[in-house]
Design a protein around this ligand. Sequence first.
Ligand SMILES: Cc1cc2nc3c(=O)[nH]c(=O)nc-3n(C[C@H](O)[C@H](O)[C@H](O)COP(=O)(O)O)c2cc1C
Length: 346
Amino acid sequence: MFSEKRILEIGELRLENALVLAPMEGYSDLPFRVLCRRLGSSLGITEFTNCHALATGGEGSLRKVAIVDEEGPVACQIYGNEPQRMGQAARVVEESNPDFIDLNFGCPARKIRSVGCGSQLMRDPDLVVAIVREVIAQVAKPVSCKMRLGWDEDSINVVEICLRLQDLGVKAVTIHGRTRCQKYLGQADWDWIARVKEALEIPVIGNGDVCSGEDAQRMFEHTGVDAVMIGRATFRKPWIFREARAFLDKGESLPSPSLLERMDLLLEHLALSVQYKGPVKGLRDMRKFYPTYLGDLTDFPALRRELVCVDEWSALQDTLLGLRENATQNATQNATHVANSMGGHS
Ligand SMILES: Cc1cc2nc3c(=O)[nH]c(=O)nc-3n(C[C@H](O)[C@H](O)[C@H](O)COP(=O)(O)O)c2cc1C
């Protein structure tokens, strides 16, 4: 019933039925990559990092490309539009020893494309080639590229760009099935991802609108890609990797995690955030994830207001453990109530 295993090979990395956590600025940081790894992602990619900042040793940028063994296979992603600077930045990230280095040619954000980077570069394939050639010349690690379909629907050039990159020695490409002009609107076009896969010999990672294990399975089947990358769905449910893995490997549909399981995951995520970012930044950066774990509680808005005011890790832990204790008691009472009422009617 389920498709044969797809093998993603990039340099020495070899992954079966790979589920990749998308690079996402503000989200795919080190704690989140580690958490997603524990939940079943096969490969993580750092948030994109500017080549100038890296080449000049900017501390914040160096932190963004810091990686640890615990997160498993990982790539560092960089962006920029000057070949020499990109080569320098690639040498800097190579020192972190990622499995490969990924170059961003897909970001649609105005602040990035207005300075000629990200998806803007798809309008200048010769410059893309010059950047990639220089990066490959500067580093020993494998190099991959992530891009969209093209600028707009009248100028889709992803296949021709990818063929040129393959000739240069790029080891894999990730394709988000939208044009720059679509931004995040409409449906990702998986037909174009299939065309890229058909045209290339190097591995292709498919991306866009995968929100469940079933979607991942459909993308593998529809496009023949070597791996599937998941982005925004992970904000709502980082456990999507566990679900998708169960579905792909065993055909199982897992139930959604209970409130207690989500609270445990929140505590685990918070602990990772504090471990890798320290208590101040660690807690602050977690605020955007509260809806992920607690958003369906009826009193969530009030709870959120309470949680964001707690700025000490131990106090936040106490608050959440208290909340967890209440939830455990409620779950026990509900179970007893159900058992009693069933007994009464039997
Ligand atoms: C908040 C946010 C930040 C992103 N940051 C990056 C980034 O740093 N590098 C990158 O290549 N793509 C970035 N993306 C694009 C995603 O990697 C992915 O291509 C896109 O979300 C489509 O996949 P999805 O439909 O699974 O979300 C970002 C997307 C979002 C929503």
